[in-house]
Write a protein that binds this ligand. Sequence first.
Ligand code: HAM
Length: 434
Amino acid sequence: MTKREKPSAVDSSDSGRRARLSTESYKGVRDFYPEDQFIQRYLFEHMERVCELFGFEEYSASILEPAELYRSKTSEEIVNEQTYTFADRGGRDVTLRPEMTPTLARMIAARQRDIPLPARWYSIPNVFRYERPQKGRLREHWQLNADIVGVEGVEADAEIIAVAHSIMRSLGADERNFEIRVSDRRILDAIYHSVGIAKEYTGNVTRLLDRRAKIDDFEKELTALIAHEEKAVKLIEELENITSTAYLEELRVALEHMGVRNMIVDTSITRGFDYYTGMVFEVFDTDPNNRRSLFGGGRYDNLLSLFGAEPIPAVGFGMGDVTARDFLEAHNLLPTYTPSTELMICIVEPDATSHAVQLAQGLRREDVAVAVNFSGKRIGDQVRSADKMKIPFVIAVGAKERDSGRYTVKNLSTGAEITLPADRIAEHLFSSLG
Ligand code: HAM
């Protein structure tokens, strides 16, 4: 018998080891440990607060959508190719949403008569795209979507950009740290018309333009796409000649009125999605090392009519959490972690446990976030674990505290101690926590 064939106890313990589950998450998605979730919450709270200051209402929907929603041209072709689509047990094709805009359009179209317009809606969904994971690009990300549905015009376009700007400011960014690059789909439409690009090519040309910075020989690829060298050269030339439009200048003035001074016109911004019809924009870090867009959005006035609804104008953006976090990190703007737990009650001896639990319940009624340490470990170890968890205060409860009704509250960062009756603890914590 060779070594490999030997059936022995070694083999079974081997297979036991092999059967151990991997602790790795699925490729391209993230686990959020408390420190990560803390940052995530910080981001979301700032996004939500700014949206609400601008009069936006929150909405939500399921992650699952009928696959048909994206097949019907609501989404970008590329995003469409990146969907997670599968058949459910009933044979229906289901897609994990790759973006929120088709869902928003579907929801508004479904109740178009009942929803008072203009509607300002926001949501922070997780969305899924089967991309090659890399810096700033993952397979699952959270994306704030803020959209104004039911109004045309420069005021709504300016307001949407001002929301994006305010979120950046509320996160501590300076106008010098980021820039808002704006263009207009109507510029492309006019060029396509004057150069003579046939309708069936325009979608692909726009998407190629959107990827332009990543393409080595753009002229060659464009020529191949439209099968016409002269037109390719003319298109590139015309695009370079346009530095702004009357509309974009009007937008700039409207933004300046709102205190937004870091908008630049950049006709290389085209956006990949077919549904945009007017103003389009992206927000970038001014630090070239952080190349990926922080926000992308624009005006889409025809999307809702795909649902048989009356054409309803709309404008909005998506802001991703991955690039936002990279931005905060690069600019030293990440908040320092503090747990939500304000106090840990450590138990000195087992027969003080029920008293400790009672004390905790009383403090919770006074709105103190309390964790009771049931580990049974030595008191020093319990305090060390509170410290490691960055919980600011501890109280040790033993027979002495139970019998006297007085408790020593220790501040773990300063080492300061104070002995108080139960009904003074909450007040002391709140005044120390500020
Ligand atoms: P989008 O440009 O595909 O637009 O995405 C918007 C933002 O989401 C990007 O600027 C980026 O921050 C983030 N993002 C996109 N893909 C990924 C990824 N794979 N990993 C991490 N972050 C990502 C849209 O989705 C439009 N539906 C936005 C919109 C709303 N337009 C109008 N209303």
